[in-house]
Design a binder for this molecule. Structure first.
Ligand code: ZN
Length: 491
């Protein structure tokens, strides 16, 4: 598209209202129309400022010749100019999609991404928000950039120390629109949630198997696998090489492994006098790992190296699905699990972990009461690692513990209901990956005398997982998700 055609199209879409009265008093109006804007910009606003020279660098695309300005703009700008040294105006209005939108100059200045403000290589911010003077004022004009389209360019008055009058801040209209949308959604409590709740029937229909090679070598298949894992909290890999390093390679494809006191990887196989119940052949009930730590692992990987003993089937259950069911059957039980503190611990001679958390954790966002889409952030459920209760254990609060007992009983019935349990016995060369903060896992007893059972395990933290998912999401779909808000990739 030629620059002129682009200009016409964008101007039609983003032309500023031009109505000074529509903008709040004291707000700098930025017209997304180069001609008018250039004129008003140079005309009066900076008359009291130290005549900032317009650097050719800062505006590579010269605006078209300026027609005579309309009178109301001059009046409006003159008024603003008069306020410069009096009561400073700290907002800039930009017309976006036909509506004047007001931006705080602190926001516009703070998010400046010019090479003076953000190191182009490290992308680290080179100033502090706390350094922005209270007296900061901005005035913008519009420019068009070949790559980024329409942009505002802000000149500063009372900029941060060390920044000269040549310093300009540029933001594309697309970027500003996204910033507005993000704020709107965050404040409105909108939450995009890609998780699909499942019971046995749903997961049996939707289970995904990925070939080890596709996981390791094909970015698109890998992205599909990670998206599925994010949606269902459960994923299976097949044709995994028979090596103790395979689980490292699989996890390493996502990112850095989470090291714990169990080691960077660990073995699940039966051995005598085990220090952890997981290392014995007995039945291990539905649970999550490491809830006695402040940040339990997000993903757990288990690669089956040997499966030569009868029994030892794995079970999985979607605790989020059970939490939704509990909410439907008893909002009272649900609330009890959101508030009652449960202590988890790992108390041994060399390691002593101790952490208390409620069973259900909700997102702190407001306006999120849609019953079909509860704001469940995490579920914490790990009875084998529970320690003694430490709060509301008696006296006047006896009812609290009684309520917890009833609620946990109801929840346990839901997570372990046959229709909610997915059973699978891992074969050699298969690896399961599951969301340890959502999908509960359990193991049937097996007979260790009849053969070898050996799983190699690893963990990956939530930050690592979501970082990789965002990178791939942005690459393949042009958008990514953070804090429940979809952000479209813009320049
Ligand atoms: Zn800057």
């Amino acid at each position: 598209m030629s620059l002129n055609a682009l200009s016409t199209r964008l101007a039609a879409r983003t032309l500023c209202s031009g109505n000074a009265n529509a903008l709040r008093a004291g707000t700098r109006s930025c017209r997304v129309h180069p001609a008018i804007h250039t004129r008003t910009f140079l005309g009066s606003f900076w008359s009291k400022a130290s005549s900032p020279a317009h650097s050719a660098q800062a505006s590579p695309e010269p605006a078209s010749p300026a027609p005579a300005p309309r009178q109301e703009h001059l009046v409006h700008d003159a008024t603003n100019a008069g306020q410069l040294d009096g009561t400073p105006s700290k907002h800039v209005a930009v017309s976006i999609d036909g509506d004047p939108r007001t931006f705080d100059t602190v926001f516009l200045r703070d998010s400046c991404a010019c090479p003076q403000c953000v190191d182009p290589d490290s992308k680290q911010k080179l100033f502090q928000t706390s350094d922005i003077p209270d007296s900061l004022e901005g005035r913008c004009r519009t420019v068009i950039d070949k790559e980024k389209g329409w942009m505002i360019e802000v000149e500063w008055r009372n900029d941060l120390p060390g920044y000269g009058p040549e310093h300009r801040t540029r933001h594309s209209i697309d970027w500003l629109r996204r910033a507005l949308n993000t704020e709107l959604e965050l404040r409105g409590g909108v939450r995009h949630d890609e998780r699909v709740l499942w019971n046995k029937e749903i997961i049996e229909k939707n289970n995904k198997w990925v070939d080890y090679k596709d996981w390791m070598e094909n970015d698109e298949n890998f992205f599909g696998a990670l998206s599925h894992l994010n949606k269902y909290g459960l994923l299976f890999l097949k044709n995994v090489p028979d090596s103790e390093e395979s689980v490292v390679d699989i996890a390493g494809r996502i990112g850095t492994l989470k090291d714990t006191f169990y080691g960077r990887t660990w073995d699940v196989r039966s051995k005598p006098k085990a220090e952890n119940i997981a290392y014995t052949p007995v039945f291990l009930g539905l649970h999550m790992d490491l809830l006695y730590t402040s940040n339990p692992p997000h993903l757990q990987l288990l690669h089956s190296l040997r499966a030569r003993t009868p029994g030892g089937e794995s079970f999985f259950s979607d605790s989020f699905h059970a939490a939704h069911q509990l909410h439907t059957s008893s909002a009272f039980h649900f609330r009890t699990l959101c508030t009652f503190p449960v202590t988890y611990h790992y108390h041994h001679p060399t390691h002593h972990y101790h952490y208390t958390r409620p069973t259900i954790e909700l997102y702190p966002y407001p306006k999120y009461s849609e019953p079909t889409n509860l704001a469940i952030h995490r579920v914490n459920w790990s009875p084998p690692f529970q320690g003694p209760f430490e709060a509301r254990i008696g006296g006047e609060n006896q009812t609290a513990l009684g309520n917890y007992r009833s609620a946990s009983h109801a929840f346990e019935k839901l997570v372990s209901a046959e229709e909610n349990l997915y059973e699978y016995r891992l074969n050699e060369g298969e690896c399961v990956i599951f969301d340890n903060r959502r999908v509960l896992h359990a193991r049937k007893a097996f007979d260790a005398t009849k053969g070898e059972r050996w799983l190699k395990g690893a963990y990956v933290d939530d930050d690592v997982f979501f970082s990789k998912l965002r990178v791939l999401d942005e690459k393949f779909t042009g958008k990514w998700l953070a804090d429940g808000v979809i952000r479209h990739a813009v320049k």
